[in-house]
Design a protein around this ligand. Structure first.
Ligand SMILES: C[S@@+](CC[C@H](N)C(=O)[O-])C[C@H]1O[C@@H](n2cnc3c(N)ncnc32)[C@H](O)[C@@H]1O
Length: 278
């Protein structure tokens, strides 16, 4: 009886120690991954060699890879963030590094104001807006992306506010922005997120959205990829000024893709208050 209670007293701290050790292994892997070239063909084998170089034998190294695989499934967000850090470290970008064309066309004749660049990446669009006189805030969870955006702003002689943040934690505000840009963002297109974004626009403000379209029809497709016609319904509280569903070169793909593009305006007129008959 006494032995059992001693064992159960030890169990909790041991579990905690184990979790800390697992966390260290996971962090070590992510740090290594961030430093690898984006075109590394087989990260698993490369990391196996790295572990052996560090002195682990085959059995210990394989056990560590299994733990990493479990962590990867449990923490996809950490893994994706490391992926984007690698993407933005690469000397040769694997995406369109010029400003998004829909954005450029839309703002050409607009009076500059306050702009929010959601998931700003390495800042290609934020810098374009700042050059035109917009006061730009952008955020992204990739530290490499935000660092690249700050560097590029300083070498272009413009000022932007570039913040490392997850969208889950970022304060979008209400009635705050004259322009919100969602260029290939990973924000789930759920009612909750759409309401938050539409609510953050000033009356008269514009939303510019472009992304690859999901054509699989699968329920498992990423929640941030628009389905056919989804944007028309999802943003129907805004006034839709432009909507396209086209096959064209896409900023984040190496081949032409089906792309959804939207420009929508928040009404200046507050919704009518219906008087109840006396
Ligand atoms: C496809 S890239 C688009 C980047 C940029 N908007 C552009 O058009 O070049 C998607 C971006 O979303 C960011 N991202 C993904 N999930 C995020 C999250 N939960 N919070 C903040 N940023 C996130 C990534 O780091 C990445 O920079």
């Amino acid at each position: 009886m006494r032995r059992r209670s001693i064992l159960s007293c030890l169990a909790a701290p041991l579990t905690l120690l184990r979790a800390r050790a697992d966390e260290l292994v996971w962090r070590g892997y992510l740090d290594w991954l961030r430093r690898q070239p984006i075109d590394l063909p087989d990260p698993r084998s490369a990391y196996l060699s790295e572990l052996k170089r560090q002195g682990l034998d085959e059995h210990a190294a394989q056990a560590r890879l299994s733990l990493i695989e479990r962590m990867r499934r449990a923490r996809p967000d950490d893994y994706q963030r490391a992926f984007f850090d690698r993407t933005y470290r690469a000397t040769k970008p694997r995406f369109q590094s010029k400003p998004n064309q829909l954005l450029a066309e839309t703002v050409k004749s607009l009076k500059p104001g306050l702009a929010l660049d959601v998931h700003m990446g390495q800042g290609r669009n934020a810098i374009h807006l700042a050059r035109l006189g917009w006061q730009v805030t952008g955020f992204d969870y990739s530290e490499q992306g935000v660092a690249a955006a700050r560097k590029s702003a300083s070498s272009s002689g413009v000022t932007i506010q570039a913040i490392v943040a997850r969208h889950e934690d970022f304060d979008f505000g209400r009635n705050r922005w004259d322009l919100i840009l969602m260029s290939y963002t990973w924000i789930p297109l759920t009612e909750q997120w759409i309401a938050r974004i539409a609510g953050a626009l000033k009356p008269g403000g514009l939303l510019v959205f472009e992304h690859l379209m999901d054509e699989s029809g699968s329920d498992n497709a990423a929640a941030w990829l628009p389905r056919p016609n989804q944007l028309l319904h999802a943003f129907s509280a805004l006034r839709i000024l432009r909507y396209e569903d086209v096959r064209r070169p896409a900023d984040w793909s190496w081949r032409p893709e089906r792309v959804a593009r939207l420009v929508a305006e928040k009404s200046e007129i507050p919704p009518a208050v219906h008087q109840q008959p006396e």
